[in-house]
Design a binder for this molecule. Structure first.
Ligand SMILES: Cc1ncc(COP(=O)(O)O)c(C=O)c1O
Length: 501
């Protein structure tokens, strides 16, 4: 026992081992190192330019900016908040401003609908400094239900809408409810956003991986899902749910309506809860977003035998992504369809234990689902800001995709949506050997070298899961400009030259 272990109650050997075992690469070793580099650069900028910035081993850094392409965090890069949202938030945080609505309008250019929305929200929630109801403010849940109704063309009931502190908190809630024993299994797409595997680890439940089909633009393959399910059942796993991320992270793929139908049919047959993570529903370049809720309602409408009547669907959305990008405010919701009333009561109790989601985040959810409409004073600006963000994302995605096309050994599908590209990287054998010598997986090794040489932080494919024998990396396309892409290109050439067989 070390002296530190003798002095404290908690040691790495006696805390919850399920936390220690959980993996979350999006904020793993590379992200931590990139933050160290960023702090160093900040320090050297503050103390003036004469001394060059230094790396942890005291040698100068070969770059002057860290590019955080590891995480879908739009406003950390260059995405600007939507003006309407922030003007309303300013009034919500400081309601005294509303006593001077004329000044807000004439001096600060706050349009009338900003003031009206802020007054209405305050009349519904009281104060953003007060707890709300556990599932969120009723009026905001009504707005969400209306949005879903308009999106899908089928009714939605606000009693089944639960506001959450981002979609992550919704996933956490649902997983806590689903994972009843260490034998509980949840089908999770691979590659996947590691929230799912990490949460299952923390809850000591089983991840049942099913691989997405890279050759079909990362679509789902029912054959593969069935195989994974059967294998898990044969191993004694009690498979209770299937997660689908649509549009995908890290793949960006939007599922076709028929893929969604197949998943729902399978879920109905095997009595599986469907968890539809739809946080990227507005980040679609190729194809179209189809909500699981709409497809389920259509199936229910067509089917006279009640096959789909009891399908349990939880669909999640968030203010973090899309053109909103307000991840720091932590807002989201999930809608439950077909859940047993007693189970729903336990979900309500569970979310009540943490009191309520952040109220400012709830207000942003309201504005996301109920933005200014044509004819409203804020509409023109809102619309141009949203289009600007959307066009910018597509342009950046395309520029990055084109750069990947030129990189030796890199294969990348066309950008389809979400905020990421997930190229395959084919590295020479010598790079594998160098990685082994450094005690790293080959994709980790490449990404670490990339960070050290260029300041660009991406996530190795192993962080999301990848088929054995393949290597990938995930990069966001949120960072502005093309200069960093050029830096990456140069690094790649040098890396390949160094390790070419
Ligand atoms: C697929 C997916 N689901 C959920 C989340 C979590 O989002 P939130 O910020 O709403 O918790 C993310 C974040 O990147 C994501 O990519």
């Amino acid at each position: 026992m070390t002296s530190s272990q003798q002095l404290r109650s908690l040691t790495i050997d006696n805390i919850n081992p399920h936390i220690c075992n959980a993996q979350y690469a999006v904020r793993g070793e590379l992200a931590i190192k990139s933050e160290e580099y960023r702090a160093q650069l900040r320090k050297s900028h503050k103390s003036g330019p004469p001394t060059p910035p230094e790396s942890p081993d005291s040698s100068p850094l070969p770059f002057d900016k860290v590019i955080s392409a590891n995480i879908g965090n739009p406003q950390q890069l260059d995405q600007k908040p939507i003006t309407f949202f922030r003007q309303v938030l300013a009034c919500l945080e400081n309601p005294k401003l509303l006593d001077h609505a004329d000044v807000l309008e004439s001096t600060f250019g706050y349009p009338k609908d900003v003031i009206e929305r802020a007054r209405w929200l305050l009349s519904e929630i009281g104060s953003v400094g007060a707890y709300s109801q556990s599932a969120g403010a009723p009026a905001i849940r009504e707005s969400v239900a209306k949005y879903i109704e308009e999106r899908d063309g089928f009714p939605a009931d606000s009693a089944n809408i639960y506001l959450s502190a981002g979609a992550s908190s919704g996933v956490n809630t649902l997983m806590h409810i689903i994972c009843g024993s260490p034998k509980t299994g949840v089908l999770v797409p691979i590659p996947q956003y590691p929230l799912y595997t990490a949460t299952l680890s923390v809850l000591n439940a089983r991840c049942v991986p099913y691989y997405l089909d890279e050759s079909k633009a990362w679509g789902t393959s029912m054959e593969v899902i069935k195989e994974s399910y059967e294998k898990a059942i044969a191993e004694g796993t009690d498979v209770r749910a299937i997660v689908v991320i649509n549009p995908g992270n890290p793949t960006g793929a939007s599922l076709s309506e028929s893929d969604i139908e197949s998943v729902i049919k399978f879920a109905a047959e095997k009595k599986l809860v469907v968890m539809a993570d739809e946080v990227y529903q507005t980040n679609v370049f190729v194809g179209q977003f189809h909500s699981f809720k709409r497809v389920l309602r259509q199936l229910q409408q067509q089917d006279k035998e009640g096959t789909f009547e009891h399908v349990e669907l939880a669909s999640l959305h968030s203010i973090s992504k899309g053109m909103v990008g307000e991840c720091g405010h932590r807002g989201g919701y999930f809608e439950l369809v077909g859940f047993d009333k007693e189970v729903q009561a336990q979900i309500f109790k569970f979310i009540s234990i943490v009191l309520c989601p952040p109220v400012i985040g709830q207000c942003l959810v309201e504005m996301m689902v109920n933005p200014p409409k044509k004819g409203d004073p804020s509409y023109e600006l809102y619309n141009s800001e949203v289009s600007h963000v959307k066009d910018g994302l597509y342009k950046r995605a395309t520029a990055l995709y084109e750069a990947f096309q030129k990189m030796e050994g890199v294969e990348c599908g066309e950008p389809q949506g979400s905020m990421y590209l997930f190229p395959t990287i084919n590295l020479p054998q010598k790079a594998y050997a160098a990685a082994e010598e450094a005690g790293k997986a080959p994709d980790d090794f490449y990404c670490l070298r990339l960070l050290d040489a260029t300041g660009i932080c991406v996530v190795p494919g192993s962080g999301f899961g990848q088929k054995e024998g393949t290597l990938h990396l995930r990069t966001t396309f949120l960072a502005p400009g093309t200069e960093w892409v050029g830096r990456w290109n140069k690094f790649h050439e040098e890396f390949m030259d160094k390790y070419r067989d």
